[in-house]
Design a protein around this ligand. Structure first.
Ligand code: GAL
Length: 696
């Protein structure tokens, strides 16, 4: 048997089911209170990315004074400063870093140390060009930018281990260092000779024989059969979807190893009280590698939250925070957030007054415990001189300083009440990277956007509940505590994942599968069973045919577009929930959604991308069936977020709109920011209220 990635793949279906049974009594909450004991979750953190290496040392104290005055309690330093730490090969200077860390301690600013592996120094790239990345077109990158290193180069791994060990020696026991960030926004893999050798070794380890690989990828197709390992392609050209899925898993493993190389170096020398994380970029949803796998070895997740052009999109941005919280099912940090505007968007506009504050509170409402602005002060030259920052080139506060200072004052007030709490949801949305990749490789309709599909489900759930979890479909994370689980695009369903989902339904859970579910197995092969493949028997129905739509089709109560599947029922107790109306001829009058009660649970398959009204109807029905409701009624534009912890219940309300809005509360609540107790809250545009609700 060939093992698919992930721990659970190593278990038989029976062993897997018993793992679930053991896990079942545990609530499937976003996290347990155990994490509350760790430094990163003990209070709310506010700070920015600070680059002392870009400024004369005499200036540092003034920077720290201004940070302190702003209410900051943390700064991140070091992540691009390799040429300052090792100016020439083998010559190290950690003294300035230690001095910066110790000076910050005088201002009660804790430090996160970034490892500098995103930007190798020029002496290295000149003398050892093999550390430079080769891109998918076979071009080796040059010096002068960043991310030009190879994640697979053994030489680069050695240099990285060396510099990080020396940093850990110098800083691993500095009491003012709270933790570490490895690298910066992992982005591009490399196609150099070391990477190719690692690819072949990875395939050999995974498949053992070429016969197995040939079979799994159906290489009889187009004469793709391989008779030696080095014939297997390794590039970014469109290839066999089985190969492409494996290449993504391989790239993931390269990033995991690249990260572990540094992680081990830090853990060997640093105090275990110092956390280790990394700041994931790509606006959260990027899928160049599997982000669950990357986060597995880290203490907690962090991400970089940017708006770019325009303004905060509350659902999309909120869902991204939820995705990040789901990577480890625990609270997280926003390691970078924009101070007003960026420099890389088509229009790098400023956020509205108050929107920077609303953005910070939205992050906290979704489970962030740390918010760090990028960046404190722009370098006087370099690629990012036009980016928003907190100080100007004169070293004095820019207009946004005042708003960040307001956040500082508010976090100081709210921290004692909020720290140790986390969002708790009775509902989870499932996603995973193999399905993301598999659909993207064979899109079939140019407008099939999986994030948009996920958000179609997310929106009514968020409106109805305030908190929604987004978690990994595969893997050991339990589902049993959720009343409703929605899998909008689970294209790849392995037997292990199917067993997990089936156990959830049989245990009384309510599962909704979206279109394209269960079409492929773990090798990205068509499942010989019709969709939803290994769950078709439980559903008592299947997909007869899928259709990419070039026109909108009618369904009961509304319409569907982009994608529609013709469903059929096989079991007598499988019911039709929705039917197509006048459609493309093939679909007319056929089932668009079917459902089956399984004990106290149920499994539902929705085969089309339905409009907002139809979706709301489906979700309302599902929530009623799962017996889930909330008691606060919201006006337009107002977002509700909730966090809970031992004996505490927090309600955060944000008005993302441009008009004043009022919210009537179901009971009197303590106003943490303004003081007093209230039964109604009025929010101006971008207004925020943070409330504490008595716990029964
Ligand atoms: C991030 C990056 C930062 C900075 C920022 C600008 O992607 O991690 O170093 O470049 O973008 O928005």
């Amino acid at each position: 048997m060939i093992h698919l990635p992930g721990k659970t793949a190593l278990l038989t279906a029976a062993a897997f089911a018993s793992t679930l049974a053991l896990a079942a009594p545990m609530a499937a909450r976003a996290q347990t209170d155990a994490s509350a004991g760790q430094e990163q979750f003990k209070k709310l953190w506010l700070g920015s990315a600070w680059y002392p290496e870009q400024w004369p040392e005499e200036r540092w104290a003034e920077d720290l004074r201004l940070m302190k005055a702003q209410g900051a309690n943390v700064a991140r330093i070091g992540e691009f400063a390799w040429s300052r730490m090792e100016p020439r090969e083998g010559e190290y200077d950690m003294g300035w870093l230690v001095r910066a860390v110790r000076l910050a301690a005088k201002y009660n600013i804790k430090i996160v140390i970034g490892t500098p592996t995103d930007t190798p120094p020029a002496w290295m790239t000149q003398k050892y060009p093999e550390v430079l990345r080769i891109d998918g077109d076979g071009k080796r990158l040059g010096h002068g930018g960043r991310r030009q290193f190879s994640i697979s180069s053994q030489r680069y791994r050695e240099f990285s281990r060396d510099i990080v060990s020396r940093m850990a020696e110098a800083l691993g026991h500095e009491p003012n260092v709270v933790g570490w960030q490895i690298g910066n926004e992992y982005t591009d893999e490399s196609y150099d000779p070391d990477a190719k050798a690692a690819w072949i070794a990875w395939l050999k380890q995974r498949y053992a024989t070429l016969d197995k690989l040939n079979e799994a990828w159906t290489t009889a197709y187009w004469s793709q059969t391989y008779s030696t390992w080095d014939q297997v392609p390794f590039n970014t050209e469109k290839g066999n979807p089985g190969l492409m899925l494996e290449q993504k898993r391989f790239i993931t493993s390269q990033w995991v190893d690249f990260q572990k190389n540094q992680l081990d170096a830090i853990r060997a020398k640093a105090s275990p009280t110092q956390f280790i994380t990394t700041n994931l970029g790509g606006l959260g949803w990027a899928n160049k590698f599997d982000r669950y796998a990357i986060n597995r070895d880290l203490d907690f997740s962090s991400w970089d939250n940017y708006v770019g052009t325009g303004h905060l999109q509350p659902y999309r941005n909120g869902a991204t925070h939820d995705l990040v919280r789901g990577w480890k099912r625990r609270n997280f940090w926003v390691m970078e957030i924009q101070p007003g505007f960026v420099n890389w968007a088509p229009v790098s506009n400023m956020l509205y007054p108050g929107e920077t504050r609303a953005m910070a509170w939205q992050a906290i409402g979704h489970g962030a415990d740390g918010i760090l602005y990028w960046q404190w002060r722009n370098a006087l030259n370099g690629q990012e001189t036009m980016h928003g920052s907190i100080l100007g080139p004169d070293g004095k506060p820019l207009p946004v300083y005042g708003e960040v200072s307001q956040i500082g004052r508010e976090l100081a007030k709210a921290s004692p009440v909020i720290a140790g709490t986390h969002p708790v949801s009775p509902v989870a949305i499932l996603q995973d990277y193999p399905s993301r990749w598999a659909i993207d490789f064979q899109l079939h309709h140019k407008d099939y956007d999986q994030i948009a599909v996920l958000l179609d489900y997310y929106k009514p759930l968020k409106d109805a509940l305030g908190a929604v979890d987004i978690v990994e479909a595969a893997g050991p994370g339990p589902l049993a505590g959720y009343k409703l689980v929605v899998a909008p695009s689970l294209n790849v369903i392995t037997d292990e994942t199917a067993a997990k989902l089936a156990a959830y339904v049989r245990g009384g859970g309510h599962l909704i599968l979206g279109p394209r579910s269960g079409m492929k197995d773990g090798f990205n092969r068509l499942d010989p069973k019709r969709q939803p493949g290994p769950l078709a028997d439980l559903l008592g129905g299947q997909v007869e045919q899928f259709y990419a739509l070039d026109e909108t089709v009618a369904v009961d109560g509304g319409s569907a577009k982009i994608w529609a599947e013709d469903l059929s029922t096989r079991a007598p107790d499988t019911q039709v929930l929705l039917r197509y109306g006048k459609a493309n001829g093939w679909l007319d009058g056929h089932p668009a959604a079917i459902t089956r009660q399984v004990g106290k649970g149920s499994i539902t398959y929705v085969g089309a991308l339905v409009d907002e009204a139809v979706m709301k109807g489906l979700i309302d029905k599902a929530l009623a069936g799962a017996n889930v409701a909330r008691d606060i009624t919201l006006p337009a534009d107002v977002e509700l977020m909730t966090r809970a912890g031992k004996g505490r219940s927090i309600v955060i309300l944000i008005n993302h709109g441009r008009e004043r809005r009022s919210v009537t509360l179901p009971q009197a609540m303590t106003d943490i920011l303004a003081g007093g107790s209230r039964t109604e809250v009025t929010l101006e545009a971008e207004g925020v209220a943070v409330l504490q609700r008595a716990v029964k």
